[in-house]
Design a protein around this ligand. Sequence first.
Ligand code: B12
Ligand code: SF4
Ligand code: SF4
Length: 234
Amino acid sequence: MNHLEEQLTAELTARGAAIVAFGDITALPPDARGGLPVGVCVAVKYPKEVIRGISCLPTAEYHDWYNRLNERLDALVTYGAELLRGKGYEAIAQTRKCVGSGTTENNTVLPHKTVATRAGIGWIGKCALLVTAQYGSMIRLSSILTDAPLDCAEPVDESKCGGCGACVSTCPADAVSGELWRVGVEREVFFDAVKCRKTARERATLGFGGSVTICGKCIEVCPYTRRHLNDDGQ
Ligand code: B12
Ligand code: SF4
Ligand code: SF4
């Protein structure tokens, strides 16, 4: 790590980031990445008890943490981008406000999960979530686009789900087909976003009376998430 990577990682970690990683995004179309070559992936983690709590239905607590973590992520990437601009580099914080423009209901121009695989933190699971070996999928993501000279990690180009089918058999929307992801495989091949959206809204209403798209059963059931839930650390 050079000094700038160390500083950015240390400052964002001190402010609540669980993962900070750097990815070469030059293989993506220039207009999707603001013409910038590097994506900084920033992840924050749900508390363990919140994920344990959604094994039956989504809870008000999970919804509360969803909002809190989104706010934390916006603050983290805003801070990180300001830090990089202060050193003379271009930097775009992919906050919810920024990402919201130029999107359709189920697609964004440059999804955080794409930056995350470029930064090598994990793979796209059968359920379309970004899965890490360390925390499973119990993280929320954001990103910063920049031209700062940051050393980039080895990207992840293939799924490591193997023969697991826990999210395939458990998804209440039947939205997960079981096909493995690798770079170039479109989401629609293995995941039905329309079915997920509809069922997640129904489950939020059932679980805590919310009119939001919140479910997360695929997070809770993933063996990588469960391994983290069962380890000794926080
Ligand atoms: C639209 C959206 C939805 C839609 C569609 C979901 C989807 N998977 O696309 C709906 C409403 C269904 C939804 C539901 C949920 N969502 Co949502 N959603 C988003 C949002 C706003 C955009 C995603 C997007 O653009 N998808 C478009 C598709 C094409 O891209 P993708 O899903 O990222 O996956 C493709 C690319 O990443 C690509 N890719 C990966 N690496 C590379 C490399 C290269 C070179 C290339 C070319 C492509 C490529 O491969 C994937 C498959 O094609 C993101 C936030 C964001 N701004 O990124 C959150 C996000 C994906 N959602 C999230 C979550 C947690 C959820 C829910 C659990 C809801 C909840 N909180 O309870 C469910 C889970 C659904 C599921 N199993 O995926 C998290 C995921 C965290 C994680 N660990 O992965 C995100 C990242 C929000 C966040 N800030 O953390 N969501
Ligand atoms: S969020 Fe719920 S409905 Fe959507 S894919 Fe995951 S388990 Fe299925
Ligand atoms: S539950 Fe299994 S198949 Fe689904 S994302 Fe996790 S490891 Fe992959």
